[in-house]
Design a protein around this ligand. Sequence first.
Ligand code: NAD
Ligand code: ZN
Length: 371
Amino acid sequence: MGSEASQPLTVELGDRSYPIHIRDGLLADRALLEATLKPLLRANQVAVITNPTVEALYGEALLSALPGRQVDVFSMPDGEAHKNLETYGAAMDFLMAHRHNRTTTIVALGGGVVGDLAGFVAATFQRGVDFVQVPTTLLAQVDSSVGGKTAVNHPAGKNMIGAFYQPRVVLIDTQTLTTLPPREYTAGLAEVVKYGVIADAEFFSWMEANAAALVARDPQILEHAIRTSCATKARVVAADEREASVRAILNFGHTFGHAIEKLTGYGAWLHGEAVSIGMVMAARFSHKLGLLDQGGPERIRDLLLSLGCPVALTQGLPASDMMDAMGMDKKATDGNIRFVVTPEIGSATLTANYADAALREVLDTFSQGQA
Ligand SMILES: NC(=O)c1ccc[n+]([C@@H]2O[C@H](COP(=O)([O-])OP(=O)(O)OC[C@H]3O[C@@H](n4cnc5c(N)ncnc54)[C@H](O)[C@@H]3O)[C@@H](O)[C@H]2O)c1
Ligand SMILES: [Zn+2]
């Protein structure tokens, strides 16, 4: 594993290709950080978008690698509730007030909330300026910082306003995860499991063998898990940047997960937690459709359990409510919503037709709190 450490991954998108650097202690290595950032900065100006929590932990390390530049820090309030147009507007006002121009670089330092908002600011400020992602949560490191989806929320729904806009580089310091609250960390692990299920059976087995080390946040194990996850995400995004086809497999467990988040009130379950339960549902559904064999759902559930991820609902959610929340039209024909399913661990596909009754059976099991 040591030899892979210094090699950046690449998201292959033609002239918009970019590297993902993954390194334990990258932010503390001022010389390396400076050397990585320097060729990226077209001009003297840098705007760092972060929040007070992350700024207090890692702001100074980042700023010290940007000597002699005009660096302005926009610290947005912490939390999903602030990933909205108001904060977006305040960030724009900030950039104008500090006279940033078209050659400025926006650096997102934080989790997915900061990254999504900063990315949308970068996509739209003066029709688009250079953007650097420095993700500091596990979810952001394996998912949201890679792939170019940027957005803010609207009262009508999550991520309703946004753009596809790729960063110029992603800088991942796995050491930042040492300060991440346990629940946030565990929720991120669910997304790591997702990559094993949808694309990489060997990685799935590796996680089974290394579950305890993952829980303990062993730096080497973690680095390998993040690298492997990013490699899959990079490959899928390169094949289908705008989710016309294969990128949809990244939503494994998410149709169920989003419905759980919506019905329980956003924030009751963290996104990764809801996805964890949703993946067990998706695995059961895959089996019900005659795809995944008998032991498959158990293996997925057991791995999630061993990582401390939730696998069952703690309050009953009636199947009909779940179907409503997933946008299923009661009058429409069976199979009107396409789900990501897994024919075997390590691969994923979209459902063709299925009987709604099969889906309802899975939902009924879960609504009784079983997994
Ligand atoms: N763009 C995409 O492709 C994509 C994919 C998945 C999720 N998302 C978005 O990501 C967001 C969720 O991101 P998240 O899970 O990272 O949540 P988050 O950004 O809210 O971060 C979680 C919490 O951890 C804190 N934090 C961040 N880094 C820390 C660190 N190193 N040490 C201690 N505390 C730290 C944050 O301040 C916050 O309180 C959602 O808005 C979701 O829509 C986007
Ligand atoms: Zn997700």
